[in-house]
Ligand binder design. Structure first.
Ligand code: TXA
Ligand code: MG
Length: 326
């Protein structure tokens, strides 16, 4: 692992942002593809590099809660309560956007996504830059998110002007997103901060996204997907399914949660950690590694049904959506 970026490297990254360029940066969740959130041309570069449709809004990262009012209006007390409890950290708040905010960054919506990340490198970058940094996950549209600097380089090559290496991301999956632009708060994307923790801090229940919730187009059915078609399967049928694919001459990759690997030629097998935090930490790296094996199908052991696995289940369901096996 590379050492933490030096003050000089942060200063170079800030210069790139000021010049309207792209800086990939580590956060505690996943790497972000950063651009000056106040510069419409820089925002356009983010959409172009990701291959992301222009109506998919970006998260704006800020250094601390003190910057909130520069980006949001009508900030409800609930937002300040969640910010106090979980920022800096893996939580994104959807609020009404401040009038001056460029609508390119909000995908034309009247709301804005804001987050104060905890990673020391993200913090150093945001403090030195001073403004907001628009930062979607640093992956091409619909593909697996990046949790190391190397994965960012694999995704973008020279399309990114600067990659700050802060090592592997501690959480490994994207932030929890809570909409506070409507009277009843709603969970738009599950993450490592659970719905129960949010409800506890709010003192009221969260709604499921409703008709009046802002669109979160990034929560498309198919997302976080490796190139190899993914099938979610129960643990007790993995072996049998792997064998039947092998009999059909197909090469099989398996993401399991135990090390009991069937004796099959050409099988790419990873035994992922058995607890949800460890599983989430390794998830995207595991999907990427299995994707490099050149298999015809990827069998992923379905995670348990309990609440601790909600965010992982969400990502895997999307990774598998729309894939037709082999
Ligand atoms: O952990 C994270 O949140 C990472 C790191 C880099 O901060 N970022 C991230 O960004 O996951 P992205 O762009 O890949 O996902 C942001 C999600 C998308 O589903 C997007 O549709 C939603 O946030 N979003 C952004 N602005 C929104 C808005 N104004 N209203 C509703 N959803 C919004
Ligand atoms: Mg993303």
């Amino acid at each position: 692992m590379a050492g933490e970026p030096t003050t000089d490297e942060i200063a170079r990254a800030v210069a790139v942002l000021r010049a309207g360029g792209l800086v990939a940066f580590p956060t505690e969740t996943v790497y972000g593809l950063g651009a000056d959130a106040s510069n419409p041309d820089a925002i356009s570069k983010v959409f172009a590099a990701k291959g992301r449709p222009h109506d998919h809004p970006l998260i704006v990262h800020i250094a601390d809660v003190g910057q909130l009012s520069a980006w949001a209006r009508d900030i409800p007390p609930a937002a300040l309560a969640l910010a106090k409890k979980f920022w800096p950290g893996p939580l994104t708040l959807i609020l009404k956007r401040a009038p001056a905010v460029n609508t390119r960054v909000t995908g034309g919506q009247d709301t804005i996504a804001l987050r104060v990340p905890a990673h020391p490198v993200a913090q150093a970058l945001l403090r030195a830059f001073g403004g907001g940094v628009a930062g979607p996950s640093a992956n091409r549209f619909g593909h697996v998110s990046a949790t190391t600097a190397e994965h960012v380089r694999d995704e973008f090559g020279a399309a990114v002007d600067c990659v700050l290496d802060g090592g592997a991301c501690a959480v490994g999956i994207e932030s929890t997103i809570v909409d506070l632009s409507n009277p009843q708060p709603a969970l738009l994307r599950p993450g490592c901060i659970s719905a129960a923790q949010i409800e506890d801090a709010l003192g009221m229940p969260l709604a499921a996204p409703g008709a009046q919730s802002p669109r979160a187009p990034g929560t498309l059915a198919r997302h976080y997907a490796p190139r190899t078609p993914v099938m979610l399967v129960e643990a007790d049928v993995i072996d049998e399914l792997a064998r039947s694919f092998a009999r059909m001459g197909k090469r099989v990759a398996v993401l399991a949660r135990n090390a009991r690997q069937p004796m099959l030629g050409g099988l790419a097998w990873i035994a992922a950690p058995d607890a949800p935090a460890g599983y989430a930490h390794d998830l995207y790296a595991n999907l990427r590694q299995l994707d490099t094996a050149g298999c015809d199908v990827m069998l992923v052991e379905a995670p348990p049904a309990d609440a601790a696995w909600t965010a992982v289940r969400d990502r895997l369901a999307r990774a598998a959506a729309g894939a037709s096996a082999a």
